[in-house]
Design a protein around this ligand. Structure first.
Ligand SMILES: Cc1cc2nc3c(=O)[nH]c(=O)nc-3n(C[C@H](O)[C@H](O)[C@H](O)COP(=O)(O)OP(=O)(O)OC[C@H]3O[C@@H](n4cnc5c(N)ncnc54)[C@H](O)[C@@H]3O)c2cc1C
Length: 475
């Protein structure tokens, strides 16, 4: 049975809400906070009850700006137990550390929060509530409602009082899809998203471990390890999220997991691969550490949208696109895109006939974020997960597939611009890029974009990109 509820147009015929946001994760909550501050009437519909489990506990230091801007920095600082200071590569034969680039006049080593996402995401959603956003948890959006080509509302189920088949509708001037890998709108539109052609299908298997042992996370440690399997193709993350709790996960090819899972449980597959990964192999053998979450899997997760906005709708965060999490940039990109969206969206909401083209700059920014990130991850896999090969232009030049001479020349041009820049600036650009914050004017970003265009041509010669249809998340 379908039931119309509260959000009918008001007495002046305006929709009750300015914006309905699908999903109350970091992207949805940060959009909600900023819109409410601008006096907008916002409703967030979130399918879970917070706090809920979510993977992705490591944030980059650039997230500080976002947390300060969103007014949650002090609250997070008070509960955070582990400081992340960069990225440590652990290969079978060597290790290498990259610290966040020092920012600010005092030039101190910057650090980032590292904590359970259940905690972080609840802090953000509670901040949205305090800001005046109406948040309804255990409300699952089934689809976006369209009139012609214009999105006008959503249809949802309310599970807050137990299971229910009843469908409700709510209308708004604008619909923002922040449903993460649930990707509500892209599932509905079907042809608006595609698998990232550069990144082959990967799967992650992960859990949390807790123990009597004190997790090694001293103040001056990096506290984030990317550990490479002996086969130089698979890898694992080591992320302390509290003084006694670790997040560990292995990333493998989809084919491997499909084959192995015919005879083995997720835990067995994890254990088997962890055995040949430095650091992780010792940890899983430690009898003092026990898993405190079930083993979960996320499959085939690198994709992006063709369009990030349309008439009456915008997509933000993971629902817009997702890149292999090897450099832990997902949250940074989600915050960056939420910040890029709010000003043009706020202006649109004042217009009688919304000038949708105001969102074109947002589209371009997201396109750049995803392409640059995807290219970095691709080059790293191409380098057999060995940073020494990434630092060798000769190695990359030889292994990159070229569409033609014009693309090679474009890359040489950007490469020359990079090499003729001061070392300090180059390091800053490198750090920005690696940690998901490619600012305007970053020449390394231009180089990655040129490479991305080169690959567009390489792939268009082969086969058209397939729209993706499969659901992404299994748990
Ligand atoms: C294996 C793995 C490891 C990762 N590691 C990192 C990392 O170390 N660092 C990092 O920065 N990022 C990491 N990420 C990425 C990071 O988790 C995401 O980028 C981040 O969660 C994006 O936030 P979001 O708000 O867009 O989506 P989400 O955090 O997923 O929030 C979306 C919300 O929408 C809700 N929802 C979904 N569908 C509906 C619906 N139909 N109706 C109502 N609500 C709905 C969900 O319940 C959820 O709460 C990782 C991702 C994966 C898969």
């Amino acid at each position: 049975m379908k039931q119309q509820v509260s959000a009918r147009p008001d007495a002046d015929g305006r929709p009750l809400y300015d914006v309905v946001i699908i999903g109350g994760g970091p992207a949805g909550a940060s959009c909600g906070i900023q819109l409410a501050r601008r006096g907008r009437k916002v409703l967030i519909l979130e399918r879970s009850k917070f706090p809920r489990f979510h993977i992705g506990e490591s944030i980059t230091a650039f997230g500080f700006t976002a947390f300060k801007e969103l007014g949650v920095f002090d609250e997070l600082d008070a509960i955070n137990e582990v400081k992340k200071r960069g990225l440590e590569f652990v290969l079978p034969d060597t290790t290498f550390k990259i610290f966040f680039y020092p920012e600010g006049p005092e030039q101190r080593r910057p650090w980032a929060f590292q904590m359970a996402r259940g905690t972080l995401d609840k802090v953000l959603l509670d901040a949205a509530k305090r800001q005046g956003v109406e948040v309804r948890e255990e409300h699952l959006v089934k689809r976006v409602l369209f009139e012609g080509d214009r999105a006008v509302g959503v249809e949802y189920r309310d599970y807050s009082n137990g299971p229910s088949d009843e469908l409700h509708e709510v209308r708004a001037k604008w619909i923002l899809d922040a449903s993460g890998q649930g990707a509500t709108l892209n599932h509905q539109l079907r042809s608006n998203w595609y698998n990232d052609p550069l990144l082959e299908n990967k799967m992650a298997i992960f859990s949390h471990w807790r123990g009597d042992v004190q997790i090694e996370s001293p103040e001056d440690e990096i506290n984030f390890k990317l550990c490479v399997h002996e086969n130089r193709r698979d890898w694992a993350w080591y992320i302390p999220i509290a003084k006694d709790t670790l997040s560990l996960g292995v990333v493998l090819s989809q084919q491997t997991v499909k084959k192995e899972s015919q005879t083995k449980s997720l835990e067995q597959i994890f254990d088997e691969y962890a055995r040949d990964i430095p650091v992780i192999s010792d940890l899983v053998k430690n009898p003092a550490l026990k898993t405190v979450e079930k083993f979960r899997v996320v499959k085939d997760y690198s994709y992006r949208s063709k369009r990030y906005y349309g008439n009456g709708w915008t997509i933000v965060g993971d629902s817009a696109g997702f890149i292999d999490p090897i450099f832990s940039t997902g949250l940074q990109v989600a915050f960056n895109s939420a910040f890029a969206l709010i000003d043009p969206l706020d202006r649109l909401l004042d217009q009688e006939k919304p000038q949708v083209s105001l969102l074109e700059a947002y589209h371009e920014k997201l396109d750049r974020y995803y392409r640059v990130n995807s290219m970095l991850v691709y080059l790293f896999y191409l380098s057999r997960l060995d940073y020494r090969n990434v630092y060798s232009p000769g190695y990359l030049w030889k292994h990159v597939e070229w569409a033609g001479w014009a693309d090679r020349l474009a890359c040489v041009w950007h490469g020359a611009r990079f090499l003729t820049t001061r070392r300090e600036v180059r390091r800053k650009w490198g750090s920005e890029l690696l940690f998901g914050n490619p600012t305007k004017g970053n020449v390394l970003g231009d180089l990655a974009m040129a490479l991305s265009r080169n690959y567009d041509k390489v792939f268009s010669k082969r086969a058209p990109r397939a729209a993706r249809e499969e659901p992404l998340v299994e748990s």
